[in-house]
Design a protein around this ligand. Structure first.
Ligand code: SF4
Length: 469
C-alpha cells in the first residue's frame, strides 16, 4: 500500500510540473513516504531526516516533505524534532502535497496538515509506476478489523471500497499501457464489497479480470482467513489468469493467541481453507505471515504454531518477532514474552519453515516454469550476469547467465527448474520459449533513449536519493 502511494505521490508531483531529479544532483524536493508497521520506523525516519539536513542547508530552497503512516501518527512532532522539514501530510490527504509544498514555499514556514478521513481515493490521482509490466490496483483502503497488535486501522481509517467499475477501468487502462500483471490491493481484500452492499464482490472482480484481453497475471493481497469464502476459491480456480498463489496470514497457530490477537478464525478454519484451495489448485504456492512471542504466548502455544506450519506446508513465510506498537491494545497486555525466548522461538520457526520451503522447491526441479522477468528481483544479478523474475505462483526464479543477454525485464520466458533453494529457484538450462512483450519494448526504449522515454511516460524509480555532499 505504501509503495503504491509512493507511485501516486510521484505521479501527482509530476502532474504539478516537477520532474524526477537525476541521481547525481541535489533534488529540490524530497518526499519521505513512511510506514509505521515495522519496528523502529521512527528512528529510521529521524536518522534519514538528519542525513538530509546538511544537503538542505547547502541547497537554498530545497523542500523536505514527510507523509504516510508515521506522519499520520506523529503529526507536529516531526517538525518539532526536525524543524527543517517543510511539509507533513497524512495517509488521507496525499493529494494535498503539491499545494502544501507551494504554501510552505510562499510562507517560508512549515505546513502540517493531517486529516482524519479519506478525502480523495488515491486511485483518482495520477501515478508514476516503478515498472512497465506490473501494477498495483487498489480496491479498498483502510481496515474495519481490530487486530490487537496492529496500528493500521488507527492510521489508515475504516475500510473504503472502490466501485468495481472504476477498478476494472483502471485495470483495462493499465493493460492498454503494456501492463501484463496486476495485484489487487487492500488491507483485507475479502471484505471488499460489503460497504457497497455486495459481499460477493471480490469473487466477481476476479472473474471480471479474467475477461480482460492481454492481462496475463492477476494476484491479490491480502486476504483474511475470517472472510475468505468458497466463492473466492472457485473464482481463483475458474479464472485462468488468476495466479496459483495465495498469501494467507496465519499470525499464530494457537487458538488462544488468535483470540488475544482478536483474529476471529481458528487453526481448524485456517487449515480447512488451505485444503479447499489445494483441492482445486494443487500447485498453488501458499505463503503466510507469522508473529512469534505475542503477549501471553506459551511454549505450548508456540508448539501449536509449529504444528500448523508443518501441516500447512507453506511455500514461504514472512516471520516476525513480536514488538509492541505504542497505541495498540497488545502493547498494554500482561504477559509480554522475554525477548530471549522470542528470539529462540523465532529461530526455531525459521528453521522449520526454511526446511519446508526447501523441500517444496526441490520438488520442482525438472519442472517447466513460466517466468516474468523483473528488474531488481535478483540482488546479485549485476554481479552474476543473471536475470531474475517471478513464476506464476510467485516464486523467485534466477535464470541462467547465457540466457540473460537475450531477455528484457517485462519479457516472459519458459524454462525448466534446475535447482531449488529455500528461498528461490534456479533455472540454468536453455530457454524453452521467449516471448517479447510491449513492456519489454518500453524498458528497452527507456534504456536506449532515457530522455525520450521519460517524456513518453517511463516509470520513475523510487527510493532514497543519492545526494552529493
Ligand atoms: S486485518 Fe488486522 S492486521 Fe490486517 S490491517 Fe486490519 S487490523 Fe491490521
Amino acid at each position: 500500500m505504501n509503495v503504491h502511494d509512493s507511485e501516486r505521490i510521484a505521479g501527482m508531483l509530476e502532474a504539478a510540473g516537477y520532474v524526477p531529479a537525476a541521481t547525481d544532483v541535489t533534488p529540490d524536493v524530497v518526499v519521505f513516504n513512511t510506514c509505521a508497521v515495522r519496528e523502529n520506523a521512527d528512528n529510521r525516519l529521524y536518522g534519514n531526516l538528519g542525513q538530509m539536513y546538511p544537503a538542505k542547508k547547502h541547497h537554498p530552497g530545497m523542500q523536505i516533505a514527510v507523509g504516510g503512516c508515521l506522519a499520520q501518527k506523529d503529526r507536529a512532532t516531526i517538525t518539532e524534532r526536525a524543524p527543517w522539514v517543510d511539509v507533513v501530510f497524512g495517509t488521507h490527504n496525499l493529494h494535498r502535497l503539491p499545494v502544501l509544498l507551494e504554501r510552505a514555499r510562499h510562507n517560508a514556514a512549515a505546513e502540517v496538515e493531517i486529516v482524519e478521513a479519506l478525502e480523495v481515493f488515491p486511485s483518482a490521482l495520477p501515478s508514476r509506476r516503478s515498472t512497465h509490466h506490473s501494477a498495483w490496483v487498489s480496491i479498498s483502503v483502510g481496515c474495519d478489523n481490530t487486530c490487537t497488535f496492529c496500528i493500521v486501522p488507527s492510521l489508515r481509517g475504516r475500510e473504503a471500497d472502490r466501485r468495481p467499475g472504476g477498478v476494472l477501468a483502471e485495470v483495462e487502462a493499465l493493460v492498454a499501457d503494456g501492463v501484463i500483471e496486476i495485484t489487487l490491493l487492500g488491507q483485507n481484500v475479502n471484505s471488499y464489497g460489503r460497504s457497497l452492499g455486495d459481499p460477493g464482490a471480490f469473487a466477481k472482480l476476479l472473474h471480471a479480470c479474467g475477461t480482460i484481453d492481454g492481462l496475463e497475471r492477476v494476484r491479490f493481497t491480502s486476504p483474511h482467513p475470517r472472510d475468505f469464502t468458497d466463492d473466492v476459491i472457485e473464482a481463483m480456480a475458474a479464472t485462468p489468469n488468476v495466479c496459483p498463489q495465495l498469501h494467507m496470514p496465519l499470525q499464530s497457530g494457537s487458538d488462544a493467541v488468535l483470540r488475544r490477537m482478536r483474529r476471529s478464525y481458528r487453526q481448524e478454519r485456517f487449515l480447512g481453507i488451505l485444503e479447499r484451495v489445494r483441492a482445486v489448485m494443487p500447485h498453488a504456492a501458499i505463503t503466510t505471515d507469522i508473529i512469534v512471542g505475542f503477549p501471553g504466548e506459551t511454549e505450548a502455544d508456540f508448539a501449536d504454531t509449529l504444528r500448523v506450519v508443518r501441516e500447512a506446508r507453506f511455500a514461504g513465510a514472512f516471520t516476525f518477532q513480536y514488538s509492541a506498537r505504542a497505541g495498540t491494545p497488545a502493547a498494554a497486555m500482561d504477559g509480554q514474552v522475554d525477548p530471549a525466548a522470542v528470539r529462540d522461538r523465532y529461530e526455531r520457526l525459521v528453521a522449520v519453515q526454511d526446511e519446508i520451503s526447501w523441500v517444496g522447491n526441490r520438488a520442482l526441479v525438472g519442472q517447466p516454469v513460466e517466468v516474468l522477468v523483473v528488474e531488481g528481483e535478483g540482488r546479485k544479478d549485476a554481479a552474476t550476469g543473471r536475470r531474475s523474475g517471478r513464476a506464476r505462483d510467485g516464486r523467485l526464479v534466477h535464470l541462467g547467465a547465457p540466457s540473460a543477454a537475450l531477455i528484457r525485464p517485462g519479457d516472459v520466458v519458459r524454462t525448466a527448474v534446475t535447482r531449488g533453494a529455500p528461498h528461490h529457484l534456479v533455472a540454468d538450462g536453455p530457454l524453452l520459449a521467449h516471448r517479447r512483450t510491449r513492456a519489454g519494448d518500453l524498458w528497452e526504449a527507456e534504456r536506449e533513449r532515457p530522455a525520450a522515454a521519460a517524456a513518453a511516460g517511463a516509470p520513475t524509480l523510487l527510493g532514497m536519493p543519492a545526494l552529493r555532499r
